[in-house]
Each structure stands twice: as structure tokens, then as C-alpha cells.
Design a protein around this ligand. Sequence first.
Ligand SMILES: [Zn+2]
Ligand SMILES: [Zn+2]
Length: 181
Amino acid sequence: MLFAHDTECGLIATAALVNTDGPDGEGLPDVAALDGFFVTHGWTGRHEHTEAELRSVRELRPRLRRIWDADADGIVAIVNELLRESHALPQLIRHDGEPYHLHAVPRDAPLATRMAVEAAMALADLVRLGELGRLRICAHQDCDNVLVDLSKNRSRRFCEAGCGNRAAVNAYRARKAATRS
Ligand SMILES: [Zn+2]
Ligand SMILES: [Zn+2]
């Protein structure tokens, strides 16, 4: 593990949330899709299953996306803004069998608020460790997804949507075409 467990989970969940707002369509089309996202990413605490909750989670995404397009000072500004407006107050807590980890807003705060603060806390860790280079945009030419490279050798270039396989297939076809001609 490179970073604290909650930092890694926060970064992965944040990238996944940003990528639900893709050019290929809405990844969170309805309340059921948000339920699925909630479960997949191990979220606990308040979850309303309402259109209003869905809307506020969707509205958070472009703000989080800006993190991947910003430089270090820009990222710091976004992180500080998210922490400030959520009245973040870091507290170590233990729940659901997990070891002590940081929460900076209560578990009954709205889901979008907790998502924003979890993202900000995880990013604060990356800033302090000088590891912002871990935030990348997918290297596949047709893909604009974000990713967090948590590999030891900083080798990850493609997002989770299968772009690594797609790139390998394209390279293979290109090689074959080159041999034929
Ligand atoms: Zn927790
Ligand atoms: Zn991709």
C-alpha cells in the first residue's frame, strides 16, 4: 500500500465518480445507479435514495473533474474550498469493522457533502506527499476518463473502462497491417 487505506479508497472512488460523467453517456442516470455506486465503493452512512441526492452528487462531478485539469496551486484551492464549505472537522472514527480512519464530516451529512470531503481529504494527502503526478487522464486517444495511478512503478496509463485492452488490440492490428503491406 502506497498511501493510507482511506486515502486510496477516496482517490479511487473520486476518479470513479468523475468518470460517471463521461462523453459516452450518464453513468448515474437514476437513483438505482447511485445505489449501485454507493455499494460498489463501500460507502456507508446516510443515503437518501432521492432525486435530490442524485442531483447533488451529479453536480459535484464537474468540480471534482477540475482537480485533474488543474496545477498544484489550483488543486490546493479546490481542496481548501471543498473543506471550508463543508465545515470539515477531521475526527478519527471506527465503524463497520474498519480500523480507525479520518472522517471530516458527520456520517449523517448529505452524501454529496461526504463525497466532496472524502475527495478533498484524500487529495490533501497527495499534495502533502508531493504525489499529484498520480492523477492522470487516460492515455487512450478516444478516452477522456481520469485515473489515479496507485501502482508502485507509476506505470498506469489507462482508465478502468478497458482502454488498456483496447490500446493493445489496436497496436496488434497496426502491427499486422504493417506486416501485410
Ligand atoms: Zn468511514
Ligand atoms: Zn480510458
